[in-house]
Design a protein around this ligand. Structure first.
Ligand SMILES: NC(=O)c1ccc[n+]([C@@H]2O[C@H](COP(=O)([O-])OP(=O)(O)OC[C@H]3O[C@@H](n4cnc5c(N)ncnc54)[C@H](O)[C@@H]3O)[C@@H](O)[C@H]2O)c1
Length: 348
């Protein structure tokens, strides 16, 4: 079974290096090709892991000549849809592991889902923190009912609703039985904007949302006075739990059993999470089960993000499923001069 799947990595920067760690650890995978517009980046990654892979500067040529079974797309956000689509439509490709977020606009999110449905190939987005041991423990404790029935959640993320918020919303969805959101009402402070991976965002965003299953949540992304830097505080009928993005527990309280303490999990980090990402994607390919990082789950996090932005544009609560626009509402408002009075742009 060793090396069954011929794998290519497109984009050999920071995230390409993380995917390489997960791929090298998976015996069913063999990295045969790397693409980067900077050939030195691809050559360096190849040397670091001793893949002996072919190096390309044009990913289309790679797809054509190498016919990989699996492709990891590790590019800046505006390139996700065009490159993911080329990979999904390339002969021989069976699975694409893309970096998050799905895309820079809601229209591109939907087009990504359409491509996945049309091609029937496996598509996942890298919310790798689902594989953190602490997050897995939190899901188990919640499923066992340790904190009773979930009633509310407080959601926190560093600045950038799309780029960073996606991790928090994905984490919240994973804690809340993957229930999609029902409605979102939001506000942004766009006095100053910041671009991460070529996508502009606000200084701070806040909001309220209610999930289909009735669980309510508050959101704070960036800005002052956050009492958690990242992650989720889950309020149940019988207790509450604070878990940061990476699965580190804060307070964990069971009201009826003050002496209770959560089990201690072995420390882990990004590399361990990436091993889980690749293993689960390959397991899913072989068994046909829904991948833990399926595009449908990433769409649910994206829907919350774009509903919040759209709520700012409509000055109204936005009901889901999200219909009626394809652009990025914040960008449209900024371009129209309706927001961002200071007109400043922060570091990219
Ligand atoms: N999952 C996470 O926790 C996490 C963390 C950070 C960033 N990200 C996401 O990962 C994505 C990539 O970020 P990064 O930090 O790896 O960026 P990066 O700049 O470190 O790497 C991108 C690489 O892509 C190459 N590239 C650019 N255009 C190309 C093309 N057309 N064909 C082939 N290669 C090309 C660049 O030369 C560069 O080496 C972003 O969308 C970002 O949002 C995810």
């Amino acid at each position: 079974m060793d090396g069954t799947y011929r794998v290519a990595i497109i984009g050999c920067g920071n995230r390409g290096r993380s995917h390489a760690v997960g791929l090298r650890a998976e015996s069913r995978c063999r990295v045969v090709a790397l693409a980067d517009i900077k050939p030195e980046a691809a050559a360096a990654l190849d040397a670091e892991h001793g893949f002996g892979a072919a190096v390309y500067t044009d990913y289309r040529e790679l797809l054509d000549k190498e016919r990989p079974d699996v492709v990891a797309v590790c590019l800046w956000t505006p390139l996700h849809l065009p490159v993911v689509r080329d990979c999904m439509e390339a002969p021989g490709v069976r699975a694409v592991l893309s970096e998050k977020p799905v895309a820079p606009t809601w229209g591109e999110y939907r087009e990504t889902a359409r491509v996945a449905e049309q091609t029937g190939r496996q598509l996942t987005f890298c919310h790798q923190r689902r594989f953190a041991r602490g997050n897995q423990l939190a899901r188990r404790l919640l499923a066992e009912g340790r904190f009773g029935e979930i009633r509310r959640m407080d959601l926190y993320s560093p600045r950038h609703l799309l780029d960073c918020g996606t991790h928090t919303f994905d984490q919240a969805l994973s804690f809340n039985n993957e229930s999609p959101a029902r409605w979102v009402l939001g506000a942004v402070d766009a006095g100053k904007t910041f671009a991460y991976f070529a996508v502009r965002a606000e200084t701070m965003a806040t909001g309220t949302l209610v999930f289909e299953n009735g669980v309510r949540a508050t959101i704070q992304v960036g800005g002052p006075d956050m009492d958690m830097g990242s992650g989720v505080r889950i309020h149940g009928t019988d207790g509450f739990l604070e878990v940061d993005w990476d699965g580190r527990f804060g307070r964990a309280v069971v009201y009826g059993d003050p002496a209770w303490e959560p089990p201690v999990v072995e420390k882990d980090g990004m590399n361990d999470h990436m091993v889980g990402v690749v293993r689960d994607a390959i397991d899913s390919l072989e068994t046909g089960k829904e991948p833990e990082l399926s595009y449908t789950k990433a769409m649910r996090a994206g829907e919350i993000i774009f509903a919040l932005y759209e709520s700012v544009r409509r000055h109204a609560r936005v009901e889901l499923p999200l219909e009626g626009f394809t652009d990025h509402p914040l960008h449209a408002m900024l371009d129209a001069g309706e927001l961002g009075a200071e007109g400043k742009t922060g570091p990219s």
